[in-house]
Design a protein around this ligand. Structure first.
Ligand SMILES: [Mn+2]
Length: 240
C-alpha cells in the first residue's frame, strides 16, 4: 500500500473579469514530488481546526507547504512594518493539524513557511522580516532569480537526517523573507546559510519524524537528486 500524504492547501481569490471566488490551491510541484517519491498526494483544503484529527485519521504523513507569512500573534508580537500577507485561518488549521499528526505519530515535512510554523508550534519565534530585523544578513534569501535556480549554499550538520542525503555543503534555492529567530527547544538546527540563518531543523525526538527545510526542494527535485531524496526519505518514513 502506498502511503497517503496530506499536502495542506492555501487559499486565494481568483480574480477574473467577473469572478472573485476563493480557490483552494497549492503549487503542483508538491504533489508531483510526493507522487514521484512513491506516495499518494492528497490536497487538504483549509477547514475548521476541530476537524484536524478527523482529516489526519485518513493520512500517513503531512506536508506543510510554503506561502503566507505567519500571524506574529502566535509568538506574541505585533505586526512588523514589513510583515507580508497573513491568512489566520490557515495558521489555525495547520497548527491543529500539527497537533493531530503528533498525536497519531505520523511524519511531518515542513517546507519554508511550513518549517517556520513548526518552530512556532513548538514555542519558537520568527524574524518577521529578515532584511530589517536580522543584523548579520549579507546574502539574498529572497532570490531575484527564477525559483528553480540554485542560489545560495548551506552547511549541513553531520549528525542529522539530511547529512546522508545532501552531504556537508549543498547549493539550494531561497524564497523566504521570514526566518527562524529563536529555535524552539524541541528542535535541533541542522543546516545554516553563510550568514547563519537556520535553513533546516529536525525534532530531537526521532520517533516523531518532524523535518523542516527553509528552501523549496519541490521546485528542484527533477534536476537535483538531493532534493528528490528528501521526498523519498520522507515518504519512506511514513511507511514505518
Ligand atoms: Mn535562505
Amino acid at each position: 500500500m502506498q502511503p497517503v500524504i496530506g499536502i495542506l492547501a492555501s487559499e486565494r481569490e481568483y480574480v477574473d473579469v467577473l469572478e472573485y471566488l476563493p480557490f483552494s490551491y497549492i503549487p503542483s510541484a508538491y504533489a508531483e514530488a510526493i507522487s514521484q517519491a512513491g506516495g499518494i498526494p492528497l490536497i487538504v483544503p483549509i477547514d475548521s481546526p476541530d476537524k484536524a484529527s478527523a482529516f489526519v485519521s485518513h493520512l500517513d504523513g503531512i506536508v506543510l507547504a510554503g506561502g503566507h507569512d505567519i500571524d506574529p500573534s502566535h509568538f506574541n508580537e505585533q505586526p512588523h512594518l514589513q510583515l507580508g500577507n497573513i491568512l489566520p485561518k490557515r495558521d489555525q488549521f495547520e497548527l491543529a493539524i500539527i497537533q493531530a499528526a503528533i498525536n497519531k505519530q505520523i511524519p511531518i515535512l515542513g517546507v519554508c513557511r511550513g518549517m517556520q510554523l513548526l518552530n512556532v508550534f513548538f514555542g519558537g519565534t520568527l524574524y518577521q522580516d529578515l532584511m530589517s530585523q536580522y543584523e548579520l544578513i549579507k546574502i539574498q534569501h529572497s532570490q531575484k532569480s527564477h525559483p528553480t535556480i540554485l542560489t545560495h549554499s548551506i552547511e549541513v550538520e553531520r549528525d542529522s537526517v539530511l547529512y546522508p542525503i545532501m552531504g556537508h555543503k549543498h547549493q539550494i534555492n531561497s524564497l523566504h523573507h521570514q526566518g527562524v529567530k529563536e529555535l524552539a527547544p524541541a528542535f535541533k538546527a541542522i543546516a545554516w546559510s553563510d550568514d547563519r540563518i537556520i535553513e533546516a531543523i529536525e525534532h530531537s525526538d526521532p520517533s516523531l519524524n518532524i523535518l523542516g527545510v527553509q528552501w523549496h526542494p519541490e521546485l528542484l527535485f527533477k534536476e537535483d537528486n538531493a532534493s528528490f531524496k528528501i521526498f523519498e526519505y520522507f515518504v519512506n518514513q511514513t511507511k514505518k
